[in-house]
Design a protein around this ligand. Structure first.
Ligand SMILES: *Cc1c(COP(=O)(O)O)cnc(C)c1O
Length: 393
């Protein structure tokens, strides 16, 4: 098989060989339980604490503000449920946006069933929520603001520092799902006034099944899983030592030279976007032209189905995503694309390419050629397109 082109790095990434190397001993001979007091246990414990420091350093936190989880989804669930439940006496109102990841949205929806009131703020045509809207939504009963750092479908960056300032002024806790932003945008939880932050290793070349939640010192965190005293009594269960070691190494590598990486990815992204918009008629960029993740390009093509496009791309050796729930078997159009005002048909015809450092200019040009050809082919078979052409003669 020819070398495939993988541009679905927003879905997951390949484990970095240096990360794998760091993990291997802990899948083999170094198998101690971090809770044991003898030598093997101490060695595992040291590895976990080294990783905790690596995660903390990457986001400007202290090691004792980091809790390991089994995924980004778990970190989101934990953050939101813990704050909601522990501050129930103070109030029952949560502010979020219409474009969050389902790990946040479905958690908020389940809290509504428990009597919480949730405001789902709208976003502008680029997918950004305004800090003024967040401020205006705050009530006496508001206990939490949860707004994602960067959108996983359209790449739009939210005004996190401004929202952090609004939250701080109002004395409301601020959580951000930073899963897509880690290693792509510099993050400092202190200067950005972030109280809780979720991240996950497999989005930045770490292993799957290892995530972390940052919780600012002084914020009460309820236990998520009860049992043993792991994670300072907040999350029971013997630690995933190899996963944690991999997460630590991966975040260190991912945040080592963000400006250089961002410059390279921006170049790939912008080349792809401008070529597609130049060569393919009836195509629209989704998300903000500049305030977006350096590697994310999401484009809607009218008159076609994203799934068809994905299948033909796959046959040409290109792995991309429709960036919507369609890929996971649901026929609902993406809630994110609907929130930025795309019509149902447009939302169905979207393609997300998420580039990474292994991609090249040649990859971009090959994808552009494949997409132009396939879109033309699908449109030639599309009754919608035929009708459109007749009506617009
Ligand atoms: C991938 C993703 C998650 C979920 O992370 P998992 O580790 O796969 O559970 C949450 N939020 C965003 C924005 C994501 O992109």
């Amino acid at each position: 098989m020819n070398q495939r082109i993988y541009v679905d790095n927003a879905a997951t990434t390949k484990v970095n060989p240096q990360v794998l190397e760091a993990m291997l001993p802990y899948l083999g001979g170094t198998y101690g339980n971090p809770s044991s007091i003898y030598a093997e246990g101490r060695e595992a414990k040291t590895a976990v604490e080294t990783a905790r420091a690596q995660v903390a350093t990457a986001i400007g936190a202290e090691p004792n503000e980091i809790y390991f989880t089994g995924s980004g989804s778990e970190a989101d669930n934990w953050a939101i449920r813990s704050v909601a439940r522990s501050l129930k006496e103070k109030g029952n109102h949560i502010i979020t946006t219409a474009v969050e990841h389902h790990a946040v949205l479905h958690t908020c929806q389940s809290l509504e069933k428990e009597g919480f009131e949730v405001t789902y703020l709208p976003v502008d045509a680029y997918g950004r929520v305004s800090a003024e809207d967040v401020k205006a939504a705050i009530k006496d009963t508001t206990v939490l603001i949860t707004v994602m750092f960067a959108n996983n479908e359209i790449g739009t960056l939210m005004p996190i520092s401004q929202i952090g300032a609004v939250a701080k002024e109002a004395g409301v806790l601020f959580h951000t799902d930073a899963v897509q932003a880690i290693g792509m945008v510099p993050i400092d939880v202190k200067t950005m006034n972030i109280d809780l932050l979720s991240l996950t290793g497999h989005k930045f070349h770490g292993p799957k099944g290892s995530g972390a939640l940052y919780v600012r010192k002084g914020v009460k965190l309820n236990s998520f899983i009860t049992g043993g005293a792991q994670e300072r009594g907040r999350r029971a269960g013997t630690e995933n030592v190899p996963g944690i070691v991999g997460l630590g190494k991966a975040i260190e590598l991912a945040t080592a030279d963000i400006p250089k990486k961002a410059a390279y990815l921006t170049q790939l992204r912008d080349r792809y976007i401008s070529k597609i918009l130049e060569q393919v008629p009836y195509a629209q960029l989704n998300g903000h032209p500049e305030e977006r993740l350096p590697g994310n390009a999401n484009i809607s093509f009218s008159f076609i189905e994203g799934e068809g496009l994905l299948l033909f791309l796959d046959m040409k050796g290109i792995s991309a995503s429709s960036g919507s729930a369609c890929t996971s078997g649901s026929l609902d159009p993406s809630h994110v694309l609907l929130a930025i005002g795309r019509k149902h048909e447009e939302a169905h015809g979207s393609l997300r390419c998420s580039f990474d450092m292994e991609n090249t200019i040649e990859d971009v040009d090959a994808i552009v050629a494949a997409v132009s050809e396939i879109v033309a082919r699908l449109r030639a078979m599309s009754p919608l397109y035929e009708t459109f052409l007749k009506e617009n003669k």
